[in-house]
Design a protein around this ligand. Structure first.
Ligand code: SF4
Ligand code: SF4
Length: 365
């Protein structure tokens, strides 16, 4: 029986070692022919915001270099793009040190600003889906997610990384449409996956993020590289490997759709049978039940975003990106209208100063 994923240990960000691991994985999964000579290949790392590699917020530049080395050997032409949650792509590439790799490896930058809209009645939720046109302009997409926890969705792995194909501020619209219902939001992301299916997914889990991810958590050395051509299966297996207490909404929805058949739920490779210990620390917002439409429950029992008075720089990034327009700057303080707040935790995700925490309280800490 063929394994669904290849899990390998890699302790350091050294491109040669990472490339060797990737080659072993491609061979083990019979994916060596997935990219052919002359293919135009789009790399999609996690570039959520402009941060340095050691913070474990973005895909590490040495992983990008290693993938480019392997794909150059295949004779592919390489492109790289993303739609960051906040800030310009160029700035994110500079800060993440990926730009330097792109120059050295002849990888062209692709903007996700141009949009295209597809109608698909077969989609689960998003019958009309506007995505970056770049998603459909290349022969292959290679997904390069980072292993991170996520306050709203539990984790951000291969499938969630594809949310970056939603251009710019349209991301907030989908958050607003899903509201507090993280299972509905999961189905939207699975709709994106149906439209934009990567040829393979190579997860950077050498240094992951635990705790208050995807941007405010703590780097955690896990030493994992994981490869698969099936993003939902990869995510399920990685969630098991890092020791999530329960499946995330994305994996639960993929399971309901029959996308995780029992016979495919196993990985091969040196790390496959050696799960992470101690288990990864989850985000505080990740273990909550969903109470769709029940505003009263939500106000009292679902953890909310709290603002640090001392850390907040009043930059208003959170105000500009809050999907529910629940945040305001009043008397030089950020104030949240919790009746409007849909608990998407985008404010925590995008705050450049780590000033937003998820918990119970009066609105500040
Ligand atoms: S909470 Fe963060 S994003 Fe919002 S104004 Fe303060 S520093 Fe800026
Ligand atoms: S206040 Fe924060 S958690 Fe609430 S809706 Fe706005 S961005 Fe989302």
């Amino acid at each position: 029986m063929k394994a669904s994923a290849y899990f390998d240990f890699c302790q350091e960000y050294k491109a040669e070692a990472i490339a060797d691991s990737l080659r072993r994985g491609l061979s083990a999964l019979n994916l060596e022919g997935a990219v052919k000579s002359g293919d135009r290949v789009l790399l999609k790392p996690n570039l959520i915001m402009a941060k340095a590699p050691e913070l474990a917020i973005t895909t590490h530049p040495e992983v990008v270099r290693a993938v480019a080395m392997v794909l150059n050997d295949c004779g592919a032409q390489l492109y790289l793009g993303d739609s960051p949650g906040f800030g310009s792509l160029k700035h994110c590439l500079e800060k993440s040190c990926i730009q330097a790799v792109m120059k050295g490896m002849d990888i062209a930058m692709v903007s996700f600003d141009e949009e295209t809209t597809n109608l698909d009645p077969e989609n689960l939720i998003a019958k009309k889906l506007t995505l970056a046109a770049a998603a459909f302009k290349y022969d292959k997409i290679i997904n390069l997610p980072k292993l991170k926890t996520h306050s709203m969705m539990g984790s951000t792995l291969a499938v969630k990384n594809l949310f970056g194909f939603i251009p710019g501020l349209s991301k907030a619209k989908w958050h607003l449409r899903a509201g507090h219902d993280r299972h509905l939001f999961a189905r939207v992301i699975l709709d994106i996956y149906k439209q934009v299916t990567p040829a393979w997914n190579f997860l950077d889990g050498i240094v992951a993020m635990e705790g208050e991810g995807p941007t405010g958590g703590t780097p955690r050395h896990c030493g994992l590289l994981a490869l698969s051509d099936d993003a939902p299966l990869l995510d399920y297996l990685v969630e098991k490997w890092v020791g999530y207490p329960e499946l995330t909404p994305l994996s639960q929805e993929a399971q309901k759709l029959g996308w995780l058949p029992d016979e495919k739920l196993f990985a091969c490779g040196p790390a496959a049978d050696k799960p992470l210990f101690p288990k990864i620390k989850t985000a505080k917002g990740a273990d909550q039940a969903t109470f769709p439409g029940q505003r009263l429950w939500r106000r009292f029992f679902v953890k909310k975003p709290l603002i640090s008075r001392s850390r907040c720089h009043r930059c208003r990034v959170c105000v500009q990106h809050c999907p529910a327009q629940a945040m305001k700057l009043v008397d030089d303080k950020i104030v949240i209208d919790y009746k409007r707040c849909i608990r998407c935790y985008c404010c925590q995700e995008l705050c450049p100063y780590g000033a937003v925490r998820v918990g119970y309280g009066l609105g500040f800490y």
